[in-house]
Design a protein around this ligand. Structure first.
Ligand SMILES: [Zn+2]
Length: 229
């Protein structure tokens, strides 16, 4: 019940930030409305690359953005995806900071890092990079954290989670490579010169993969995993 799956990244402006977090709540839970994010997000704290953006976002106001919630309901559960976990904000925030701040992280390994303690629960953490010529180091760093207080459940489903998350990461990387290749064919010399000067734009996965529905797709993939565990 307390399983969450979080996609986070290292923002050049804001540091480690949650982009989206999917939770699984029983339909008979009386506190379902607690999982709908009402708090207005300040654009000072989140830039375009940090934000969970779905096409219906209200972006009219200049300084704030209305948070998005994506929902899926099945027979017994409701699955919420928000910018960050409301119920486990502190736990996950501290995990995101820990996992994305450490420079020692090996992004070349596809295998998860397993972390666990009684306070922050048990987590499988996956790291990956997405090419972005406008980011520092020409890459953006991401992590996916599967977290639960129930260690037995995590270990019992380890293989299944591993298979699903690896497939997702490999699909994201593949779309990004295809899109970047296509784009590079269209670069003029002037573009390359400007890029050499490092104009820092905050690109979201929507731009990096050229897919406006990417966050909905990720939500559905996380729901698929949560339905099986
Ligand atoms: Zn940011």
């Amino acid at each position: 019940m307390d399983f969450t799956i979080t996609l986070s990244h290292f923002c050049d402006i804001h540091g480690p930030r949650s982009i989206l977090c999917t939770s699984k709540i029983p339909l008979n839970n009386d506190f379902k409305t607690d999982f709908i994010q009402e708090e207005i997000i300040s654009k000072e704290d989140y830039c375009k690359s940090c934000l969970l953006i779905i096409s219906t976002n209200n972006n009219n106001d200049n300084d704030t953005v209305k948070p998005s919630t994506i929902k899926t309901i099945d027979q017994n559960y409701i699955y919420f995806t928000n910018q960050y976990s409301i119920s486990k904000y502190q736990i996950l925030n501290s995990l995101i900071k820990k996992t994305l701040s450490e420079e020692i992280t090996n992004y070349n390994s596809n295998d998860p890092v397993y972390l666990g303690d009684e306070i922050r629960g048990y987590s499988m953490v996956y790291y990956f990079k997405i090419k972005d010529l406008e980011a520092r180091g020409s890459n953006r760093r991401y992590s996916i954290i599967i977290n639960s207080s129930n260690e037995f459940k995590i270990l019992q489903n380890y293989k299944l989670i591993d298979q699903y998350i690896k497939t997702l990461i490999s699909n994201l990387k593949e779309s990004n490579i295809k899109y970047e290749l296509n784009k590079s064919k269209n670069y003029s010399n002037n573009d390359l010169f400007l890029r050499g000067k490092k104009i820092q734009n905050s690109n979201s996965l929507i731009e990096l993969l050229n897919d406006k529905d990417i966050f909905i797709r990720i939500h559905l993939w996380f729901v698929k995993i949560l339905q099986k565990i």
